[in-house]
Write a protein that binds this ligand. Structure first.
Ligand SMILES: Cc1cc2nc3c(=O)[nH]c(=O)nc-3n(C[C@H](O)[C@H](O)[C@H](O)COP(=O)(O)OP(=O)(O)OC[C@H]3O[C@@H](n4cnc5c(N)ncnc54)[C@H](O)[C@@H]3O)c2cc1C
Length: 373
């Protein structure tokens, strides 16, 4: 097999990285344990912003802003290449606030606590104070809220479909599914080959790990300094008539959100659970999310509930991913640890990793995304 790069893991991080390398005429092979785009990237909600952006450190903001700038072109390219519409739209986000608390999973030492107004002004992000019914009249509550009109969303399963279709029709890519990478052959500071559970061996000039929550496990001793871990998230999907709700609604105090899709589907999520690699959807989470959804919008009830699922986010300290070359192994790269915002950060992270491999200048300071030595 003749390939320049092997990408291990076909979620949004792997597919966006492969897409970027293909645009630079590299030949790419993606090895995926199951089916591409069926783990966290499929399970996610598709909001293209941190939930409370002012509470995150600058490296999260910079990567988000870079990706937000790239998103319209990224989507347009995919639409032209494949005809698939990932329903990218600036639906805005209404934040029903309680600025005295941070979401429960936040490690306060690593996060910032900022005034939303001052932060938005500094980062040129539009923000208005409104009554919630001005923006979302169907909500049960009418209270003081923050309105972020520029916040966008994408229908992540469609984005993944478009990426897979674009990569497949590029002519320079091979996607190999149902193939788990299990072993590394490393000699004199370089990966020489990798082996799969089926006993096949693959080699290339460079190897890129994009295995999400499983990245550290896959890298074994080569990833022992990484702090990437699985963090389970559960979400409900309701089906209502279109037009019931148009913005994303975030209940800050409960770290709970509703995301309306164009066709009337509404997602309600999500949990943040340390459950190891267990990605079962539980009845406790279902009950809790259903109650919160119903409190916010009465039409979200048992009879409109269409589905419930769970996914494993690649958790990382401060939500800061690693996008870098291995400190000692010259042809081994990682693009993982995007935690709650892997869909948001996908185009920026892929651009940075691609530039690194191709020796091109970076659009921002990449030192915060270093592989810990
Ligand atoms: C409920 C929920 C809501 C979310 N909401 C949002 C949101 O609104 N906005 C946002 O930006 N992000 C959101 N996220 C986070 C986002 O989904 C993740 O950050 C992102 O999907 C991570 O992408 P990934 O490609 O790194 O991982 P994954 O999508 O998990 O992909 C990793 C892939 O690697 C494969 N793999 C693993 N090990 C191996 C191996 N040994 N060999 C071969 N292949 C392997 C897996 O099978 C998998 O397909 C949410 C996540 C969840 C769970």
């Amino acid at each position: 097999m003749n390939t320049d790069a092997i990408v291990i893991g076909g979620g949004i991080a792997g597919l966006a990285t492969a897409h970027r390398l293909l645009q630079s005429e590299m030949a790419v092979t993606i090895l995926e344990r199951g089916h591409c785009g069926r783990e966290a990237s499929w399970a996610g909600a598709g909001i293209l912003s941190p939930l409370l952006p002012w509470n995150y450190a600058e490296p999260v903001t910079r990567l988000t802003q870079l990706s937000n700038k790239l998103y319209p072109g990224f989507i347009e390219t995919l639409r032209q290449q494949t005809g698939i519409d990932p329903e990218y739209q600036a639906s805005g986000m209404l934040v029903l606030p309680d600025s005295s608390t941070l979401p429960p999973e936040h490690d306060e030492a690593r996060y910032q606590r900022n005034s939303a107004e001052a932060w938005c002004a500094r980062h040129a992000l539009a923000l208005q104070r409104v009554r919630s019914h001005e923006i979302a009249p169907a909500l049960a509550c009418n209270e003081e809220a923050l309105w972020l009109p520029e916040t966008s969303q994408v229908r992540n399963p469609r984005l993944l479909q478009a990426l897979i279709a674009s990569i497949t029709c590029s002519g320079s890519a091979t996607i190999i599914e149902n193939t788990e990478v299990t072993d590394w052959k490393v000699e004199r500071g370089r990966v020489r080959s990798i082996r799969t559970s089926g006993g096949d061996e693959y080699s290339a000039a460079c190897y890129i790990v994009t295995a999400g929550a499983w990245s550290r496990q896959l890298l074994r001793e080569y990833g022992s300094k990484l702090e990437i871990r699985p963090v389970r998230g559960q979400i409900l999907l309701f089906k209502l008539p279109p037009g019931m709700l148009s913005p994303i609604v975030l209940r800050e105090r409960e770290d709970f959100y509703l995301i309306p899709r164009r066709d009337g589907h509404i997602l309600a999520g999500s949990t943040v659970e340390e459950a190891g690699f267990n990605r079962e959807a539980t009845s406790e989470a279902r009950g809790g999310l259903l109650a919160k959804a119903h409190t916010l919008l009465a039409a979200l009830a048992e009879d409109t509930l269409a589905s419930h699922w769970a996914g494993l986010r690649p958790g990382s300290p401060g939500n800061i991913p690693v996008i870098d070359r291995h400190p000692d192994i010259g042809n081994l790269y990682l693009n993982s640890g995007h935690y709650r915002y892997g869909v948001t950060m996908a185009p920026g992270s892929a651009l940075i990793l691609g530039n690194m491999i191709l020796g091109q200048p970076q659009p921002l300071d990449v030192t915060p995304y270093r592989w810990p030595a």
